[in-house]
Design a binder for this molecule. Sequence first.
Ligand SMILES: [Zn+2]
Length: 300
Amino acid sequence: MLKIAFSPIYKYELPEGHRFPMIKYELLPEQLLYEGSITEAQLFHPDPLQEEQILLTHDSRYWEKLKNLELSAKEIRQIGFPLSERLVTRGTHIANGTLQCARYARRYGVAMNIAGGTHHSFTDRGEGFCLLNDIAIAANVLLQEGEIQKILVIDLDVHQGNGTAQIFREEERVFTFSMHGAKNYPTRKEQSDLDIGLPDKTEDGPYLKVLRDTLPRLLDEVEPDMVFYLSGVDVLASDKLGRLSMSRAGCKTRDEIVLELCKRHDLPVAVSMGGGYSERIIDIVEAHANTFRVAQQVFF
Ligand SMILES: [Zn+2]
């Protein structure tokens, strides 16, 4: 069964006119349920993470400041959401969603979180709408438990996974792969194990060719026993922040390439959603919905 992490707390109330399309967290499960791609029975509500799980990844000083709502005005500005207890709690539910997805993926092949992909969160700070790094937290918990030896992070959000790259810079058991717009935020990039920066306005053809040329080789070289896939849909031409020129169909083919390859290699894959900032909410929701539809088709 395709298990999907979702909780009403995922949708965080933002001030009127805020540029983050928070409503997608509500519309996406609604759409998938309405069209019959998924049923209620597939959804699960993740609990909050435990503190010691967070501290495997994040600096205790950062976590204390976050939890006690003591970040400076500048630090809060860099995160980009108004800070509140609910926002922090929400982050721990989302990160646990990704961890539980990883566990379900080992049982069912794939599992997906209707949020997450908070890859701009570093060991000791957050930025770009990211407080806690869900994939890093889940990866570190799995490694500590000792059931997983080698992890591959496939980060195809249009922005570089700078936080994830920093967190795992010295960790040989996690291979970080980020393919992103070369000229996009963050302007100062971290070094992933493999970075591919694409030129502005890259279209479906060249994008998918690079992906098809890279991924199979990467799986052979890295030999992971678990994959985390960050499926941001800010690669779309309609995206306000993205700078690339992918079509919705191209974005769907991207998901097929990743998920079919994982399936063929018998590799459990946990999917986190990542960004999407198209003008029209339907472009965002449809592209995210495709990732879920593709997973359902490929694996079940
Ligand atoms: Zn992004």
